[in-house]
Design a protein around this ligand. Structure first.
Ligand code: GDG
Length: 743
């Protein structure tokens, strides 16, 4: 299935899957299959390999490099037999990268557990180093234009590292855990670096919309990058984001359910648990899975239902996990204590209520348990998705079981018919056990059938196909606007000659970067140097075209022999002149008091915002407001204004952290028009960064060189990334002799 999508869109049929663990482990020199949620899901992807399509996999094969003899032979074997490329880790690296940074700092925060958070700077250094080793491994294995799919929190720096090394690759990242609220994620000392690392990807996927929403919020607050529901904009490109709920490896389950081994195991278990009702739970022994609270609920249920103590069995399979991390050892001890307390209290001569199995079971045993259990109790405190919930449903071929599901699992977003519980509410969970055990058969079937259809259809292949298709289309799309990089050849038009040339330069965001306090955005030395050099060129007329008031321009740029155009073209002062004149003295500004009133209302109700009154415009500034609240109120304000100014000659612009209403009879484009009509220029350059500058860019069609500064859609022909590049361009123009150098 993946093949189809892939072959249709690309000439090169290779996907490089990168995850911390390979789906096999090296034990005693032999290759053994490893288990876990990610491996289970990706097995489906791997199975579609072969034929037209080639899946490579890069990851750690488990164990310490020191303990692996004959690495060369194993590397060769992994490559030849499976298309796997191992990244070996030393004992020290496993400690710092895997147990340390990944599982003791990232895992707790991603799962809302700052109290379990631990951090050491050397862990971070090793995390950077190992991510770089993975980048090297991908670099070695990847051919031009390959798709690279990076998985999970162990490799959050990898997308950026790869982007820097190999701009030709198409990079996707999928996070298998939740992405928490910004308030929790911000606890991480390296929060910014982690986000920047991820933003190297072309596409980032999450299990649920909630995680995506938190991610967007963290990106906005920590990096200032704005986004819409599908994309995060940055420098000259964008990162796509999307929701891709993972599915189970249905092919594997389907095969198992049809096998003799499964039938035999199932019969054996049915016989073992004759006359008993089974409530099953399966999970890694992890504090996120909520096992202690589940045991409290079981205890409560047994306490309040003495008549059930003889015939209900709770089978708890808790697969050992991260036993080297202190919190996990403590958790295991607490669980063992609770289990023996419950069994001591509620065992009868004919029944032991809790069967606690602290190891993995074989796959056919797992399937048999899923198929025969009357109830599955999946009650994590938080879980990215939880495949066990879906696997249990898939094995309910006769639709006779009931799923109790935590509303804090990603799976709860899809499995609406489960008996939903709050895993912190012990009484509620105990009640749900009774409800599930006593549910009538017709209702069970009605609830189970649609859920089973969903998990069987939307399996891991479906999931992988959707992700890969989205990555292909994200990277196949031409940039939203075909903006070129500015080249030296274009700038040649401004090389010294007898003919006159004009430069129309916006100020904020173009000549000067933004500051929280606009009054502090005064010209920096690099800009002053470039402008001084330009001033010496007698064949160049320079115009500063800004939204600022004339006085600000006079104070900070008045020393140059330039024409200053303030308030988006409302007032201008000619070079050499003294006073500011009006561009259009007859403009109708009667709408202004009404707009001002609306703006004042928003300033009063949005902390950190203020109104700036200009002569031909009113501006609401929200740069210092909470970024999300500011953005939200800006959208609301625009809606409000649209009604208020429906029939007047005024226009609304949503610029960078501002909303502005200005006269339609005055704009920067009209100012440019006035001056290029007065003087016949041989070449014209217009440069600016926001929406108000777009009115200047319409002169592109008359041969002007138009340049957009920063990201975003534009009508300009060229793009520069920020003020630094603009300074460099101006210095280049100023210093031109006969031949241009490149920017
Ligand atoms: C992470 C996220 C997300 C379990 N016990 C046995 C066994 N398993 C298999 C299950 C299942 C997998 O392990 C567990 O997957 P989960 O999704 O429940 O949980 P995590 O391991 O925490 O996985 C999670 C997942 O990644 C995928 O994105 O859903 O939220 O935390 O497939 O069947 N398999 C066998 N014996 C066992 O005893 N054979």
């Amino acid at each position: 299935m993946i093949q189809d999508a892939f072959v249709m869109t690309r000439a090169n049929n290779r996907i490089i899957n990168v995850s911390n663990r390979l789906p096999v482990s090296i034990r005693d020199g032999q290759l053994v299959k490893s288990s876990g949620g990610l491996v289970s899901a990706l097995e489906g992807v791997q199975r579609t390999g072969g034929g037209d399509f080639d899946l490579q996999w890069i990851g750690w094969p488990g164990g310490a490099a020191e303990d692996t003899d004959d690495k060369d032979r194993l590397t060769q074997q992994l490559k030849d037999e499976f298309g796997y490329h191992p990244v070996f880790l030393s004992d020290e690296e496993i400690e710092a990268f895997y147990h340390g940074l990944s599982n003791s700092s990232l895992w707790p925060l991603l799962h809302y557990n700052p109290t379990y958070f631990n951090y050491q700077h050397n862990w971070w250094q090793t995390y950077e180093k190992i991510n770089a080793c993975f980048a090297d491994a991908v670099d070695d294995a990847a051919q031009e234009g390959d798709l690279v799919w990076v998985h999970d929190y162990h490799l959050m720096l990898l997308p950026k590292m790869l982007r820097e090394r190999r701009p030709d690759l198409r990079i996707g990242f999928f996070l298998h855990t939740p992405f928490p609220s910004y308030e929790v994620f911000r606890c991480h000392p390296k929060r910014q670096e982690l986000l920047e690392g991820l933003l190297g990807a072309d596409l980032i996927g999450f299990h649920t919309f909630g995680y995506l929403r938190h991610f967007r919020s963290a990106v906005l607050r920590l990096t200032g990058r704005e986004s819409d529901i599908y994309t995060i904009r940055h420098d000259e490109t964008e990162t796509h984001i999307g929701v891709f709920p993972i599915g189970i490896n249905w092919t594997g389950f389907e095969q198992a359910l049809g096998s003799d081994d499964f039938q035999a195991t199932r019969e054996r278990f049915v016989n073992d648990f004759k006359d008993k009702r089974i409530v099953l739970s399966v999970e890694r022994l992890d504090y996120t899975k909520g096992i202690p609270k589940k045991l409290e609920a079981i205890e409560k249920y047994l306490e309040s239902n003495p008549d059930r103590r003889d015939n209900v069995v709770f089978i708890l399979i808790a697969v050992p996990s991260r036993e080297d991390v202190g919190e996990y050892a403590q958790l295991k001890e607490n669980i063992e204590l609770a289990v023996s307390r419950i069994n001591g209290q509620y065992a009868t001569i004919s029944n032991i209520p809790v069967h606690f199995i602290n190891r993995g079971v074989k796959f056919d045993e797992l399937c048999a348990l899923y198929a025969m259990a009357d109830v599955a109790m999946v009650t994590p405190l938080i879980d990215g998705m939880n495949l066990v919930a879906k696997e249990y449903i898939a094995c309910q071929e006769n639709h006779g079981g009931v799923l109790i599901l935590s509303e804090f699992a990603g799976a709860a977003q899809e499995l609406f018919n489960a008996v939903m519980v709050n895993p912190y509410d012990v009484d509620g969970m105990a009640w749900a056990v009774g409800e599930a055990l006593d549910m009538d058969d017709a209702l069970k079937r009605r609830q189970m059938e649609p859920m089973r259809r969903l998990v069987v259809e939307k399996d891991s292949k479906w999931w992988a196909k959707r992700f890969i298709q989205s990555l292909v289309s994200a990277t196949d799309q031409p940039p939203r606007d075909a903006v070129k990089r500015l080249d030296g050849q274009t700038l040649m038009k401004f090389a010294p000659s007898a003919k006159k040339k004009a430069l129309f330069l916006d100020y904020d965001g173009t000549l000067r970067g933004f500051t929280v306090d606009p009054a502090k955005a005064t010209p920096e030395p690099a800009l002053l140097a470039a402008l001084s050099a330009l001033e010496l060129r007698t064949d160049l007329d320079v115009f500063i075209v800004s939204g600022r008031k004339g006085e600000f321009l006079r104070q900070h740029l008045g020393r140059f022999n330039f024409t200053l155009i303030g308030e988006h073209g409302y007032a201008y002062k000619r070079r050499g002149g003294d006073a500011f004149e009006l561009l259009n003295p007859d403009a109708d500004l009667d709408w202004m008091p009404t707009v001002r009133e609306v703006f004042d209302l928003y300033a009063a109700s949005t902390p950190g915002t203020h109104v700036e009154q200009k002569r031909s415009a009113v501006v609401w500034h929200y740069r210092a407001a909470d970024p999300e609240f500011g953005q939200w109120k800006a959208v609301e304000l625009i809606g409000h204004l649209k009604e208020a100014i429906a029939n007047v000659p005024a226009a609304i612009a949503h610029g960078k952290k501002i909303v502005e209403v200005s006269s339609q009879q005055i704009n920067k484009g009209m100012a440019v028009e006035r001056f290029i009509h007065e003087t016949k220029y041989d070449a014209v350059l217009c440069i600016g960064d926001d929406q108000t500058d777009e009115t200047m860019f319409r002169h592109r069609s008359h041969g002007a060189v138009t340049i957009k500064v920063g990201p975003g859609t534009t009508d300009a022909e060229f793009r520069l990334s920020g003020p630094e590049q603009v300074h460099h361009m101006l210095a280049t123009i100023a210093g031109m002799k006969e031949l241009a150098s490149s920017v």
